[in-house]
Write a protein that binds this ligand. Structure first.
Ligand code: SF4
Length: 472
């Protein structure tokens, strides 16, 4: 049997990767961009990238997603894309009349060295007399330099960098910068802010734009998103609360930093506008939700509402009901780095052992973050896989023989091969409906998620029982 190292190698040791445990970087940027009011995302690159990303997002959110493209051809690749860029923006303005065009680069435009900020400046200069020219945001998102999670956070940083303005900190508003969670969980974060009486900008807010009602006729730019006025006011907020710990990884193991994310939006607001930043994990499970609500309580000056105390109490009661079905089970956890951290913390809290924590991200910070967050609950035997592919996960899992997988639907083939259950969460979920309504945040999210995990294991046991049973 091959000896498994506790820290699986990152990209250094592999010439290629089969079935990577990540998605393309501008895809993550497009999700974050969809959280801006009146936006149209645009990719500077070839048509295929936009088509793939649209297809991928639609299959997860089950919502129409328009993404424009500057449509590179062979000629553009050789001579540069400024003509296509200008025509593309002209077409977007005439067809969509957006408030914001949010541009992400692709592998091709980055490889040929397109200077998109310069293209934006030139476009604005040529069209200086046209009031209809929208705000323009640019995020550098070469896919060979990160994952969709890094694209997501880089887009958030780009939006804040472009729009935030300085101002007197006389207001009471705060900024809540979210992570890659479902539209339903974003709605829950908004509910918490409201319940604490906090005036806040929640960004990115795609709770409506990627999970809308059914329409009688097609709406090219759906309502919803974080208002531009709030993004502008983020520089004069009292504080920023940022969810997640590994958002500013700087790309591949922190080695490639040029023109890439090395700072989070919260850190930028702190450095540039002196807005204090509180970093906390995704509030999944009791421990992390307690910490999040404590921050909300201290910022608002209000106690935790009775409603949340009741929810917490019910969740503790549910843990007692279900712990005997989970105790000692071994799980594989995979997905974006911050999602893996949150899931590992939750698994440890409910008595499941995370035996492999795998991600396509290559921050090099996963073990350190887990050790810090889990404290005495952290198990030194846990295998940490950064820069991992599903093929490599498969090889490792054949040896460690887990009982369960928790992560996105791309793990399905391994689960099927090993005949173990998979609890789907995160992004993408392409073989089930309702991903946009998935709940994991807060006490109520943990309640739903906990029951889902227990019932998945029970169903698996029942299915494999030679005699069957209907009472336990
Ligand atoms: S070429 Fe790069 S940017 Fe385009 S879809 Fe592929 S990975 Fe994404």
């Amino acid at each position: 049997m091959e000896k498994i190292k506790k820290d699986m190698p990152t990209g250094d040791s592999f010439a290629s990767s089969c079935n990577a445990c990540k998605q393309c970087t501008p895809l993550g940027a497009c999700i974050a961009f969809k959280g801006i009011e009146g936006v149209l995302p645009m990719l500077h690159g070839s048509q295929g990238c936009a088509t793939y990303i649209r297809r991928y997002l639609i299959s997860h959110y089950r919502e129409p997603v328009d993404i424009a493209s500057s449509n590179f051809s062979e000629e553009t690749t050789i001579f540069g894309g400024n003509r296509n860029f200008n025509t593309g923006i002209d077409n977007i303005i005439s067809q969509y009349q957006p408030k914001v065009v949010a541009i992400a680069s692709t592998c091709l435009s980055e490889t040929i060295g397109e200077d998109v900020p310069k293209l934006i400046n030139e476009y604005k200069a040529i069209n200086a007399d046209k009031p209809e020219v929208p705000e323009m945001i640019f995020a550098s998102t070469p896919s060979y330099n990160g994952t969709h999670a890094e694209g997501f956070f880089n887009a958030i940083l780009a939006a804040v960098k472009t729009l935030a303005e300085s101002g007197e900190k006389t207001g009471s508003h705060i900024n809540l910068i979210s992570s890659l969670v479902s539209p339903e969980d974003i709605r829950h974060l908004k509910e918490i802010l409201e319940d604490f009486g906090l005036e806040a900008m929640l960004f990115p807010d795609y709770s409506d734009t990627l999970d809308n009602t059914s329409w009688d006729s097609y709406t090219r730019i759906p309502d919803g998103g974080t208002p531009i006025s709030q993004l502008k006011a983020s520089g004069s907020a009292r504080a920023t609360v940022e969810l997640g710990f590994i958002k500013n990884s700087g790309g591949m193991n922190g080695k490639i930093k040029d023109n890439y994310l090395v700072q989070s939006a919260g850190q930028f607001l702190k450095d540039k506008f002196d807005v204090p930043c509180f970093e906390t994990g995704l509030p999944v499970g009791i421990n992390e939700t307690d910490k999040f609500l404590e921050i909300m309580s201290s910022l608002s000056g209000n106690p935790v509402p009775e409603k949340y105390k009741r929810q917490r109490g019910r969740l503790v009661d549910l843990y007692i009901d279900g712990h005997k079905y989970l105790s000692g089970k071994k799980t594989v956890i995979f997905g974006e780095e911050d999602m893996v951290v949150a899931l590992a913390a939750f698994a440890s809290e409910i008595g499941i052992k995370p035996v492999l924590c795998a991600t396509g991200g290559e921050s090099g910070k996963l073990r350190e973050t887990l050790t810090k967050l889990l404290g005495p609950m952290y198990d030194e035997e846990t295998i940490i896989g950064q820069g991992m592919s599903f093929d490599r996960m498969d090889e490792v899992m054949q040896q460690i023989k887990p009982d369960l997988m928790i992560g996105n639907s791309k793990g399905y083939y391994i689960a099927r091969k090993m005949d173990i259950p998979i609890v789907r969460c995160g992004f993408p979920i392409h073989d089930r409906i309702g991903a946009q309504h998935f709940r994991m945040l807060g006490y109520e999210g943990a309640t739903t998620f906990f029951s889902q995990i227990v019932n998945t294991l029970l169903e698996d046991k029942q299915r494999k029982s030679p005699v069957g049973y209907k009472y336990m």
